[in-house]
Design a protein around this ligand. Sequence first.
Ligand code: NOJ
Length: 538
Amino acid sequence: MTTDAADGPLAWWQEAVFYQIYPRSFADSDGDGVGDLAGIRTRLADLAWLGVDALWISPFFRSPMADFGYDVSDYCDVDPLFGDLADFDALVADAHGLGMRVVIDWVPNHTSDQHPWFVDASSSRDSPRRDWYVWRDPTPDGSPPNNWVAAFDLTAPAWTFHEPTGQWYLHLFESAQPDLNWDEPAVEAAMHDTLRFWLDRGVDGFRADVVHGIGKDPALPDDPPEVAGVPHCALNDVPVTHERLRSIRTLVDGYPGERMMVGEVFLLTTEAVATYYGHDDELHLAFNFPPLFAPWLADRWRACIEDTQAALDPRDAWPTWVLSNHDNPRHRTRYDRAAARAGEDAATAAVRSGARARAAAVLLLTLRGTPFVYQGDELGLTDADVPKDRVVDPGGRDGCRAPIPWDATPDHGWPTRPGVVPWLPIAPGADVANRASEAADPGSVLHLYRRAIALRHRSPALSRGSCTLRDAPDGVLAYRRRHGDEVVDVLVNFDGADVTLEDRSLLGASLLLDSGDAGPPAAFTGVLGADRAVVLRH
Ligand code: NOJ
């Protein structure tokens, strides 16, 4: 299966490598143990050195923090924990000055229950904003209006009964995150205004949170019994959302400078996700979750690539690739846990864990489509071990949100005021796996990411070329990227043993990148080492 090379000019977000910043855990400027916008500014030069083109910054808006910022109480202001609007403007100016774009989160499906809109809506059934949220009368037997399940606690209904006004309200996530009712034109208009607010301030785009949720079936039908226990946010998929996305697209495209929106469409198949690109008139990009959940197995990755090509190519839609984010264990941790479950012993894990993380970096950065690097993956971090008494997230996602270790000092760049500790513990191994130590070591994962990003940027085959899956021995994934005369082969060995490749045409090809080596480029010998990924040019 081949995907054609892009012929015309690409948009910046097609050629960009994105880097996700989770601001609470990136860098702290004021010693309160929580990262902030001024902290991010101090590290922008490090990100420019890494070579990333665009930053996606997770929420920093005013919020009671029931979901650490994904419960917004004012879309148009910065929470004092993170700074203020002047800090944000300075951050954007600095990032732009360093040649990096800035994309921010936008949370259109729900607000905080402390948002003035919900405070107003819940004050009385007669509130003029009552219909800005989704309310239903009690059922005769007192059960919730339908069987939808909320995220996080899969035993909890997606409804909370509001005693003072005697109705249920809908929330696909926590009860502190009531769903907005986008059927109400005033909601759509108000949310459009929040986009304009940030576009006017110069952001380059948005990452739209659970954006497939902004349309709901007005009949609110039960989810079918065969998906019992699946949160409704992974099932909600109705036509009206596409109409709303087209309006949003018109708004965003109306601004100069190729503003963009990448949507979190948390549906379970790539085929379903693909429909949210519309016909180049809905989302510019959509996250594709099956690869994020795929195990470290060559045939599963091959299937992910095939599914992506099959779903996106007919629409001319541009893929995205994500290995980790703030909602899931880091990929290194996921692969390690799966290996441990399959019987990998500690001595083997000590060798293979790092090698897998390095090979995964080469995979992520050589696929056709826009890669998103989650902060800390470039350091090869694993999840932190978070003791029960320090777990703070309702979804238990604390481990992947550990503060970034900046150096080998005892506080790893998180000096705090007396009596304060960083909001989460730092991941293990930070004496070595930290930014400063890795920057000083050309063999580090950090340098591998930097080399892979630089290679992607200077290779039209990698950044925009066609992609063809190739035959390969068991345990190996092979694909060819081609643009004009440039032909680049990528081989990823997912197994813990060396593989000798039969394909003689690869012998002597120049080795552009080797996940296991920091050395000067050499010629390929035909043997692909264990847990190793290589990039070859013919
Ligand atoms: C997806 C976000 O990535 C996640 O962190 C959040 O909890 C939910 N949406 C709800 O906003």
